[in-house]
Design a protein around this ligand. Sequence first.
Ligand SMILES: [Zn+2]
Length: 413
Amino acid sequence: MAEKVGSSIITYRLKLRCDHIDWIRETENFYNKVLEFYYEILTDHLDFLELSNMEVLRRLEQMTIVGRDKQPVMMPLPFQKVPLYFRRSAINAAIGHIRSYVGLLQNWERKKEKAEKKGHTWKKGKPAPAKSFHASVVFYKGMFKEFGEGSILLKLWNGRSWIWVRHTYYGRKLPKEGIILSPAVINKGRKILLSVPVKFQVKDVRKVKERKKEKDSFCAVHFTTTGVLAACAVFSGNGHVTDSYFVRGGKEFAYRRKRLLNRIKKAVEGGKKYKRKIFRLSSYYAHLVSRRILDYCKQKGIKGIIVPKYAEIEGHLYGQGIEGFLGKRIIQFLKYKAWKEGIILTTISPYYTASHCCHCGIPLRRYNEGHMPGNRYFGGKLFMCKNGHQGNVALNAAKNLGILFHSRNIVVG
Ligand SMILES: [Zn+2]
C-alpha cells in the first residue's frame, strides 16, 4: 500500500516595519473594493458555489475581464490598473466570504426547521450578506518578491500607481523546511503584521483507529492548576503503562499571574494592559508546556496523544471555569504541533479520571505529605485508596484517561 502523505499549515506572524502606512491602507481599500464587486456578483449567482473555487474564479473572470478575443463582457470590472494576481486574490477572498455566508444561512435554516418541527417559535434573525469588507490583503505571487533575510518587497497601490516597496520585518524566524505560501498584510492601525502560512509535509496521516489497531504507543495527558501543569503516562500498544513524565512550572506561572492580577486590582483604568499581559503569559506557558509534552512524545516514539475532552457546554466536568487553567490552550497548541510531527491527538471524556483509583477503580482520598487523606481534600497532590494503592493524583488521572481510551472499541474525537 502506498504511503499516504498529508500536510499541515502553520502560520507565522511577523512584525512589519512600515514607513508608508497610507499606502498599505490604499492597497487594502482597493482590494476590498474589488472583493465587494465580485461578492455582489456572487450573491446573484449562488449556484456557482456548487463548483470548485478554481472554476468559480474562471467563470467570474469570463464575466468581467476582456479576453484575448477582445469581445465585450457582461459586467466589466469597473476599475483600471488591477494586476492579475491582485484581482485573483480578491476574487478568492470574495468566494471565501460568500461561502461562509451561505454556510451561516444553511445553518440558520436547519435550526429554524428543527425549532418549528418542535413547535417552538424561531426568533433569531436571518443572516444577511455582508455589506462592508475589511479583508486583509493576501499577496499572491507577482505581488511580492525577494522575501527572506528580514525583508520583503511588496507591490503597493499608492492611490495613483503600483510601486514596489521594500519592508523589513522582525519576529519569529521562518523555518528552513516547508513551503512558504502567500503572505497577508494585517493592518492593526499603527501595527502592521505579516502573516505567513508555511506548509509542512506530514508523513504519517493514519487515523486514531488505525494507530490503535496497529498497536502504536499512546501518551495520556492530564492537566492541572497545581505545580504539575501536565502529567503524562505512556501506554504501550497492549494498554500497559510503560513510562511517565511531569511538566512542572505551575507554581511559577501562578505566581506571575497573581502578580499581574494584583496590578489589575490597583490599576485606575481597568488594567487593560495587564489583562493583555496575562493573556500573553498564558500563551507563553501553554506553548512551553505543549512543546515539552511533544518533545517527550517524540523521544518515546509515541504516535498518539490522549487528552481530556472538556465539555463545550457549562457542565460539571473537570477543567470547566477554573481560573488560570491552561489545559484547553495547551491542547489547542499541542494539536497542530503534534500533527506536524505525524502524531495525532484524540480526546476522551474524563469521567471519574481524577476521583477514582486507576488500579482498582474505587473513589480515592487525597492528601499532602504529612497529612491525613480525606474525601474532600481538594488540594491534595497525593492519593490513597482503601485497597492501599497510592501515588500522584495528576498521574493517576492521566493513567485513567489512557485506560478509558484502551478499554473502548470506538474511538472518540
Ligand atoms: Zn486502588
